[in-house]
Design a protein around this ligand. Structure first.
Ligand code: DSN
Length: 429
């Protein structure tokens, strides 16, 4: 088992070192295809592991409730400045611990308790915090949900894309205080313009949850929602390739309300080590090399989608325009559930997550779909040819799911592929 290069300082803690070594082995000898994951740079890892974790800093730069924040103020200011510059925004808040916290803080800042929010349904591609019945958001606010158009057999209009007629009808009928655009399981580009038009028509505010595509926006390959949305939330660890966390950018007029909702409304002390790592990631995302990375993520996803279709998988919405592919497994094999596919692929060294597809007859725990993404393995240097190979490995594993020997052979082929593309052997930022 190879050792992680990041654990020298904890060498005395054998149990943790052993676990880190195992995770290092897992991440570098198996394929990471979860659409919301990535490999951060060593610089992001170093900042996340820095001594800034020692500091309490409740408040904001220049207005802290603890002493000794001279340096931390500069760290957080730098992160805010870099984020404002990256997205051309008026104001940034870099304290949310996660995308979920960022979303809830926006609701808290801009929507009275019990008032109406219009957002995408979880089982059609939305997020838990978009008002899922199992999320606290649906208890504190009244959510109305829009979805996608039905599937069609017309290859030019395959359906399963955001139904803007439905968004508009619901907006007119329910007069929401806030409309939420953005998704977690949706492979198409989301145009902010029709959302803005509908929001203006009904006098609603517009929040764009760009958690998944923030890196594609930063890299210039997806339209920026910032000029159109009142507030944009996102996570920093998906396509943006930073540390695990959240952030918010907003128009100046909402800055005070958003800041108060994050702290003290929702969180206590900010994670300044993570904020430093966010600053590192924002700087990296502003480099020309990151724009090339974002372009490759999308071209790789397109090649991956085509190869998966060639292997007999049905693509939800017929295509991909971002970093992810949502696969309906039923055409490949009507008896294969998302849960089984995820477990079989795990055994073959291919890490994915099961996902409901629109109008899924199966529960979220079982599901009929699989969500895969190209962000992480593109960071590791893989290109279109490798993603065509991966589609073949996935199909081989799923066709031979009861054959342990064949799954072991797929796993060996996966390990060989990963050996040639170790992200931390060649990381150049
Ligand atoms: N869990 C994230 C994802 O995988 O898309 C959303 O929060």
């Amino acid at each position: 088992m190879s050792a992680s290069p990041f654990d020298d300082w904890i060498a005395h803690d054998e149990e943790i070192v052993e676990l880190l070594a195992r995770e290092w082995e897992r991440q570098t000898t198996t394929l990471q295809l979860i659409a919301s994951e990535n490999f951060t740079s060593p610089a992001v890892l170093a900042a996340t592991g820095s001594i800034l974790t020692n500091k309490y800093a409740e408040g904001y730069p220049g207005r802290r409730y603890y002493g000794g924040n001279q340096v931390v103020d500069e760290v957080e200011d730098l992160a805010r400045r870099r984020l404002v510059a990256l997205f051309g925004a008026d104001h940034a808040n870099v304290q949310p611990h996660s995308g979920a916290n960022a979303n809830v803080a926006v609701y808290q800042a801009l929507v009275d308790p019990g008032a109406t929010i219009l957002a995408m349904r979880l089982d059609q591609g939305g997020h838990l915090t978009h008002g899922s019945p199992v999320s606290m958001t649906s208890k504190a606010w009244h959510f109305v949900s829009y979805g996608v158009t039905p599937r069609s057999d017309d290859p030019d209009q395959p359906g399963e894309v955001i139904d803007f007629d439905n968004v508009r009808e619901l907006a007119i009928a329910h007069r929401p205080a806030l409309i939420v655009a953005g998704a977690t399981a949706y492979a198409r580009r989301i145009d902010p313009v029709p959302f803005r038009e509908i929001a203006d028509e009904v006098g609603a505010l517009l929040m764009f949850d760009s958690a998944h595509v923030a890196g594609l926006v930063a890299g210039g390959v997806h339209p920026s929602p910032v000029p159109y949305a009142d507030v944009v939330t996102f996570t920093t660890h998906k396509t943006l390739r930073g540390p695990r966390g959240g952030a918010i950018v907003c128009r100046e007029q909402y800055a005070k309300a958003i800041d108060s909702a994050v702290f003290p409304g929702q969180q206590g002390g900010p994670l300044e080590h993570v904020i430093a790592a966010k600053a590192v990631a924002f700087r990296e995302a502003a480099q020309p090399s990151f724009a090339r990375y974002a372009t490759r993520v999308v071209t790789n996803a397109r090649a991956f989608a085509a190869a998966l279709a060639d292997q007999g998988f049905r693509l939800v919405s017929g295509a991909t325009e971002n970093h992810m592919v949502l696969v309906d497994l039923r055409q490949f094999d009507p008896d294969l559930t998302g849960k089984t596919a995820q477990e079989v692929l795990d055994r073959a060294g291919i890490t994915t997550n099961r996902n409901q597809i629109p109008y899924d007859p199966r529960s979220p725990f079982i599901a009929s779909g699989l969500r895969v993404g190209t962000a992480a393995q593109t960071t590791a240097g893989m290109g279109e040819g490798e993603f065509v190979t991966i589609a073949g490995l996935m199909a081989r594993a799923l066709r031979h799911r009861d054959d342990d020997a064949e799954l072991a052979r797929v796993r060996e082929d996966v390990a060989q592929l990963c050996h040639d593309f170790n992200p931390y052997a060649t990381f150049t930022g």
